[in-house]
Design a protein around this ligand. Sequence first.
Ligand code: URP
Ligand code: ZN
Ligand code: ZN
Ligand code: ZN
Length: 472
Amino acid sequence: MKTLIKNGTVVNATGVGAADVLIDGETIAAVLAPGSTLLGFDIERNVDTVVDAAGKYVIPGGIDAHTHMEMPFGGTFASDTFETGTRAAAWGGTTSIVDFVVQYPEQNILDQYHAWHEKAAGNCAIDYGFHQILSDVQDASLTAMDELIAEGVTSFKLFMAYKGVFLSDDGQILRAFQKGASNGALMMMHAENGAMIDVLVRQAIEAGNTSPYYHGLTRPWQAEEEATHRAIMIADLTGAPLYVVHVSAKQAVEQIAAARDRGLNVFGETCPQYLYLSLEEQLGAPGFEGAKWVCSTPLRARSEGHQHHMWQSLRTNDIQMVSTDHCPFCMKGQKELGIGDFSKIPNGIGSVEHRMDLMYQGVVDGQISLSRWVELTSTTPARMFGLYGRKGVIQPGADGDVVVYDPAGHTSIGLGKTHHMNMDYSAWEGYEIDGHVDTVISRGKVIVDSGQYLGAKGDGRYIKRGLSQYLI
Ligand code: URP
Ligand code: ZN
Ligand code: ZN
Ligand code: ZN
């Protein structure tokens, strides 16, 4: 199968230019001057498919490095399976995900890793890799980290919150980071002070403050800033590289920026919800509505300027990339578990389908440049998580993961409109995007074209990742 994408504007993190892209089999074979032949050989006549991308952008497929498909969490399971979640991702121009293998205390991480392969194998629409969660840091887990790296799991997430569920204490974190410093793993951190949060939550519930809004008030920015600082200190002490997930508070960004200014391998990720949504408008919605947006870290107060600051941090590279933290739950039977007690609302928002569009809207709105859009959503995720060269760039030899994006198109997000995630609501209902994902190609196969899904369950393959290519 040979595909020629002609007349488009190729956007890489390094620049923008008119070029034709030839995909042969699963791989990009050539990036050519528009309309050129190859030594007199007429390419267009010798390919199976020609995609006319005139007036459109040709970008490397999106990489969402933070998803939780069918995650067991909060007394239920995230409502997207690997099948439904990766298909929704494909619809939105994402051609790879990195999902989290879950370990709860006393579970064996290698058993969990194999269990996650069983969930994903044969079900995914797009390519997928794994990070490993560490909860209790067993001696066996530390040994198993080496084995997992050989399997292509080169990043490990720990939690400073969720006591009794995921939380690791500082000593456990120190030991895991020491291991990461010696074997090249990238250490990821959910940075919130869980002990402070647990007290504030108990006090709120006892005072009868049970609505979703209090989820935000009981996870204040001070808890995020403090934990971010502590994680940076443990990284500095051990020499491990640190990647802080789902950063939402401007004060946490300042901690990351200060660490980077000192030359440390410290990186931050944010998510579309922290750029667009807020404590006041979403978590503060009337009645139980706010449950739709209960996630951790929480949505922050717009009156404090966090959203504005998060966009700025994307321009200055204080924050390096945007993932979704896709962890969807339906209102019915799932979010509803927390009626009368916000602390029982399963934490998570579903956005895997909309990240490329929402971030493109940032280009339209003048927040980020076209190349930065690609860098934040594809190129840096590839470099950060050891995929660059294969993924994250339009260049010969890379996987044929290509999206044709129409800046003259339009996307209306919401139920009954653009919505393929397995959720009974959209956290992005009513969002209008001045752009449109027209064609999605995954390793040379056209899986979405002009509003039609052409892919199949099982198209996606496991990606064995290398060590991070982003370290100083
Ligand atoms: O609310 C969230 N973020 N749910 C997913 C689990 C996590 O902490 O990333
Ligand atoms: Zn987290
Ligand atoms: Zn997460
Ligand atoms: Zn279109």
